[in-house]
Design a binder for this molecule. Structure first.
Ligand SMILES: [Zn+2]
Length: 328
């Protein structure tokens, strides 16, 4: 399947472990940018260069569509809005799903809350103090805060919201999991789907990082949203990181198989002896580094909660530390 020539992929560097991200320019009327890259000088310079190569500048962008609220995809939205402010009423609109909208309208508060929840999972996981990553609240806040900013107004997307473009109509498909407000933009005419981080070709979407202790299990939401991709068999997928995905059905199948394998492994580590999240995460993910600790713990917690729902694990709490046993 050919990618319409109106679409330009602009690869933008990020300071995060994931490496670069993809912004997509769709030429025409309106000129649309899907995802922006983080708020760094390098990212801004690369975005400008990519636009110039296609014959555009930041001022030509009419609409910014955000696949989700993670800062590596949203950080430059404020800069683009400012560049277009002088145009008045028709200034660039930024669209994002309601469930992720506070990540861009209240970026600072949201980031501080995330940092608190990261510290919380480290605490309840039973990580010894001397093994905890160097992640004081102040440190992380400063680290993350500079890569984004709050923007006052956004248009809210929901399932089914359509956006007219030169390649056809983009239909918003809400795919909670990677983040609660993750969306794909699906173009039936061109058989193209912009997938954000919901589908990535060679790396995991890490749905558990957006874990929410009190509510839904984000890994379960992710697997349900993944199932919806089966309806897009034959589509070319333009993801938020790395290369395009040409065989979507196969990728969905691989991700479903990986999920089963992870659950099976976690089940095998459980016994009648209570084990902390931290102990189980080391079994499951081996000798990961401090930067990956929150992710490893969050994924361990999701897997355990899924096993618990299935009646295969029991999660208990002692002195604020969680531990799990096998229920058999
Ligand atoms: Zn993301």
């Amino acid at each position: 399947m050919e990618i319409p020539r109106e679409i330009h992929r602009i690869e933008i560097p990020t300071p995060f472990a994931v490496g670069s991200m993809n912004s997509y320019l769709i030429e025409g009327d309106p000129v649309i940018l899907i995802d922006t890259g983080p708020r760094t000088d390098e990212a801004l310079s690369r975005l400008r260069k990519g636009l110039i190569r296609a014959g555009y500048t930041l001022e030509d962008i009419d609409r910014v569509l955000l696949t989700h609220g993670h800062v590596d995809h949203t950080g430059l939205a404020g800069t683009i809005v400012r560049e277009n402010e002088h145009k008045g009423d028709s200034s660039t609109g930024v669209s994002i799903h309601e469930a992720d909208s506070n990540r861009v309208t209240e970026y600072e508060n949201f980031t501080k809350e995330r940092v608190q929840s990261y510290n919380h999972i480290i605490e309840i996981a039973g990580v010894r103090t001397d093994e905890r990553p160097h992640m004081t609240a102040g440190y992380l806040e400063t680290y993350f805060l500079k890569f984004g900013e709050s923007i006052p107004d956004v248009f809210l997307l929901e399932e089914g919201t359509t956006i007219k473009t030169s390649i056809g109509t983009l239909r918003t498909m809400w795919v909670p999991g990677h983040s609660l407000g993750s969306c794909c933009f699906v173009c039936k005419e061109s058989k193209i789907a912009f997938s954000g981080d919901h589908i990535l070709g060679t790396i995991s979407s890490n749905p558990s990082l957006d874990y929410d202790i009190s509510e839904q299990i984000s890994m379960v939401s992710y697997m349900e949203s993944l199932k919806r991709m089966e309806s897009l068999s034959g589509y070319t997928v333009l993801p938020g990181h790395r290369d395009i995905v040409t065989d979507l059905s196969r990728r969905v199948f691989e991700l479903q198989a990986e999920y089963q394998l992870k659950l099976d492994q976690m089940r095998d580590f459980l016994s009648s002896q209570p084990r902390t999240l931290y102990w189980l995460s080391r079994k499951q993910f081996g000798d990961y580094d401090a930067n990956s600790m929150v992710l490893a713990l969050a994924e361990t917690f999701d897997l355990l909660r899924i096993l618990e729902r299935r009646g295969e694990a029991v999660i208990g709490e002692n002195d604020g530390i969680l531990a799990a046993i096998s229920s058999s």
